[in-house]
Design a protein around this ligand. Sequence first.
Ligand code: NOJ
Length: 734
Amino acid sequence: MKIYSYKFLLVSGLMAIGSVAFSQSPLYKNKSASIPSRVQDLLKRMTLEEKVLQLSQLSFGNNTNANNIGNKVKNIPAGIGSLIYNSDNPVYRNQMQKKAMEETRLGIPILFGNDVIHGLRTVYPISLAQACSWNPQLVQQACAMAAKESKLAGIDWTFSPMIDVARDGRWGRISEGYGEDPYTNAVFGVASVKGYQGNHLSDSFSIAACLKHYVGYGASEGGRDYSYTEISQQTLWDTYLPPFEACVKAGAATLMSSFNDISGVPSSANHYTLTEILKDKWKHQGFVVSDWNAVEQLINQGVAANRKEAGYKAFNAGVDMDMVDKIYIENMPQLLAEKKITQAKIDDAVSRVLHLKFQLGLFDKPFATVLEENERVLLPASRKLAQDLASESIVLLKNKQQMLPIKSNIKSVALIGPMVKDRSNIMGSWAFDSKDEDAETIWEGFGKVFANQVAFNYAKGCDFDSTDESGFQAGIEQANQSDLVIVCLGEKKKWSGENGSRSTLALPAIQEKLVMELKKSGKPIVLVLSSGRPLELVRLEPLADAIVNLWQPGVQGGSALADIVKGNVNPSGKLAVTFPLTTGQIPTYYNMRPNSRTNTQGNYKDISTAPLYWFGHGLSYTTYQYDSVKISATKVKKNEKIVAEVTVSNTGKVSGKETVLWFISNPACSISRPMKELKYFEKKEIAAGGKATYKFEIDPMRDLSFVDATGKKFLESGSYFLLVGGQKVKIEIE
Ligand code: NOJ
């Protein structure tokens, strides 16, 4: 490894002084000058080595992620462009930043990035759960709160949101995105970009967002992480790119190139996606960082013979910053000398990085404000948001004979299962800066919410994954003594997230067996499931009277669940991902393309072809009735809008929040389209006995058009259908 010492930088700096005339106060230090002029002024003062360091990122700080092995401060060159800051303590950042500001010739601040995925210390529900809330406003607020906590921890940049459309629950990273639908990923992606970045990147509590993983990573073969992805140009354009395009338009500052290989051309060496689409067509002004070691991994992927070749392939494709593998640091000067890369491209990449540093105000305020921990993390307002978001993310999957909320005749409840007193797995993956003691367990949540109104009996029953059944007996005894049994099952946090794939969506056999044993008590069974993926419930579902999907809800999960079980909160979550009946049904997702034969043909011979729960499924404690859809016109020209409206009545006894999902279908098009495509959704609170009108303004070019395999949007004349609340309304486009 080549380490650039202070002395080296000083010498190279002095060499540069010969070519640039300095004034006492250089333009780039002038706060009132425009950002482009500051960037240009600084760029022309920089040596090649200084530029190369700006295009490099190393890791720094505590490290609990096996994938991210930290470097010691002393080994980090002061002129490094960016650091992955694995800490929530601003003091270390400031020490490192001091080194950058004082020990480099030009005083270019370091950009500190971190994986703030679903919160930093205040852990919110995992992103997949957040999507089930259908409440992008709440997600935006949570991201803004996470940004504030991050900024006060010394973090300027988060590697979030992940907007990889994912349709294979075996892939552990399905937990990190917003589900199987491109539009849902786009809407929640935009909400989080707005939350993190605020109105201006220069605002005190804004941090830069990073869209990941660009692009197609969610199509990993067999759900295995880091795998090849077979993606046709058509699918790239109609499924994987739309969320990225929407978030780029919303102003996302950066993107991360992904680990996958798109049909033979790895994403991190893909000129078409990184440059032709992102920078040329979409005119993205920010920069692209590679994923961890993704440049070097081009060798594993079979497109580079050595690190040097990997370096110029990634750089020429459009990867501006190299995450941790030091390939740019070690090879760029020589690659330039050999004309494998150009000075113009280096300058373009450096300008992009500097531009963001100026936008964030780092040159003018390089150091983080240092507050006591209790003044900046887990503040009551953040916990409240975490609880609100968890409440809205929970999905009531089944509720036979209105088993929930629990009735007043239930005096004692057995809380059984490995999740009941868990305070670690309930946080989900990518919660490296959280502390277990920050989380509220299910047990604590029930104790708090029910006070002493119900007696709770506890037994763990079994572990998450073992063959030890010795705990079953205690569980059965508690069940026998109680009026109701709530079994809290689930996944460990490492079973999802990065490198967290599983071959099956089923819970380990021991957990299923526990429920079978408890069922023998004859007591009603409520299943509570905590997972980072959709689960295979084919054996469990028939045993349960009610099923509550808690996901991995974060620090306030216990109270959020208890409020729903008690009826203080009416569940309003709906699935953003389909639950297949069995793992063998994968892929199954609501927006599949139609089959050539319908009805009884093409189905599985052994099981039903239908999934257990479709995208959009989610029950409530009240009932909603949809009036007939009203539309302003049934036939319009391509440039004319249509207003569709549906009034929904709350016909039950409690108030509730109902999300109306508006789909379209276009059964005859020159390119076969998905059977249904979500185009708009809205969530509103409706009081018991009340009504609310939901409106969808259809702009045909935006909502009815499709895209071809070159990315060209087109709108054909013909029949389209609007699908909402079980209704189907025909629209003609002239
Ligand atoms: C690897 C992961 O794929 C990516 O999502 C993450 O942001 C980086 N490591 C940095 O930790």
